[in-house]
Design a protein around this ligand. Structure first.
Ligand code: SF4
Length: 236
């Protein structure tokens, strides 16, 4: 991921999240979309106030928690929008399940990355192939691998498109405060002790004082806790 000179994109880089979003939507719509993993709807709320036809997409890995589907439904109803869903290629899922079984991802880092590659990374790559820019909820405090996330980056892992992270400097508490103030839909797993939400079988609640990503792939080392969606040089 390369940092870029904001100036070359006609943006001074000093704005709040809404300013970054406005610039991005003005510059790239309709070839820009928000990637939503249904943790909260802060970015969707901000973007739709700027452009009511802003696009939102998501990846259904086939193993999402029920609460996440309920959050997706609530977001569609609240904003009156439809999510652009992308799914894994069924042939690849079928082959992996037949070859390695339904819980192969717990047996090794390689197997876990194979599952993420098939269920998340390939559909994301397909989704991004239609875009010039994408908007994410990546925040620096989430994990060691996101600590240097900039608000605007060149995403070399996805063909050099522009990656916008308007909330990169936001804290978890600030997200919660925005959701509460604007009465937005959110994933009810947060009320059950979850601090970061992914597939049902790879996510669990965290204890007091634990890192927000501690509940993701809890059997792995912290430096491995990425699914391939937001890493620079990730390989299976
Ligand atoms: S988070 Fe788990 S189930 Fe989901 S794609 Fe990755 S390894 Fe597979």
């Amino acid at each position: 991921m390369s940092e870029i000179s904001y100036g070359e994109f006609g943006y001074d880089g000093n704005g709040q999240a809404e300013d970054v979003l406005r610039w991005a939507l003005d510059t790239y719509h309709p070839r820009i979309a928000i990637a939503c993993s249904f943790q909260h709807a802060v970015l969707i709320d901000m973007a739709l106030k700027i452009r009511p036809d802003a696009r939102v997409f998501s990846i259904d890995t086939g193993r999402l928690p029920e609460d996440t589907y309920e959050c997706a439904r609530d977001i569609e109803r609240h904003f009156g929008i439809r999510i652009e869903w992308f799914f894994p290629r069924h042939e690849a899922v079928q082959e992996m399940m037949r070859k390695s079984g339904p819980l192969s991802f717990r047996e090794s880092l390689t197997a876990r990355r194979e599952c993420c590659a098939i269920r998340k990374v390939e559909p994301l790559t397909r989704a991004l192939s239609e875009l010039d820019a994408w908007i994410t909820g990546v925040r620096r405090e989430q994990t060691a691998t996101r600590a240097d996330a900039d608000k605007i980056e060149i995403d070399e892992a996805h063909g050099g498109i522009v990656k916008i992270n308007p909330l990169s400097d936001w804290t978890y508490d600030r997200i919660r405060a925005y959701v509460k103030e604007h009465r937005l839909p959110y994933n009810t797993l947060f009320e059950k002790g979850y601090a970061s939400i992914g597939c049902a079988c790879c996510t669990r609640p965290v204890g007091p004082g634990e890192d927000t990503r501690a509940g993701r792939w809890w059997w792995e080392q912290p430096e491995h806790k990425e699914c391939g969606l937001h890493v620079r040089n990730w390989q299976i």
